[in-house]
Write a protein that binds this ligand. Sequence first.
Ligand code: HEC
Length: 183
Amino acid sequence: MRYVTTCLSDICTSVCTRGIVAVGLGLVMTCSAYAEDITVSEKAFSCLSEGTKIRNTYIKHADPEKLKEAVRIFKNSVPDKEYPVGTFLQLLPDEAMVKHPRAKFPDTNGWEFFALDLSEQGTKIKTRGDKVVNFQGVQCFSCHQPAAKFDFVCEKGHGCAPVPLDDPKIAELQEADPRCRKK
Ligand code: HEC
């Protein structure tokens, strides 16, 4: 009798475990099919110098491991490699690129462009999406498109038309970010 009970409970354990494994597997598969999107609110933007600066660009990611990965890709100009979802890139304080899953903006590999209004009180989003234009009325993506091999990150030497600002001017605009508390 005891043998039967043990056996039954063994069967039950095995069936239950398999059930849980199957449900777990299902969840993992669902999750990877719909790579999680991020919500980008005005609060997600802050003083530029809170990011990690590589050459002219500030990089941010809420997850330190993914920030490391984004910095590695940027620093080494790794070709044919997509930035982690949730990566924020900024050259100028009032413009940004934020990475979503590809499905959200298929034409730009998931990059959303932002034009921002800045003040000491914080950030207001002027325009956002994959068709944003810059301060000269030129579409962000029209300039960034030639850098397709680098996930549309221009830097210098990735094929984009240059911005009409030299490096000292870029640095000056970065330092003038009104959101940074003056010490
Ligand atoms: C005239 C072409 C041009 C336009 C228009 C343009 N960009 Fe860029 N962008 C560049 C170039 C070139 C760089 C690299 C500059 C450097 O690193 O010195 C760059 C750099 C950047 C970077 C840093 C990462 C990278 O790609 O190197 C971000 C973020 C960015 N631009 C966002 C935008 C946004 C947002 C807009 C629209 C509001 C925009 N850009 C419009 C040419 C352009």
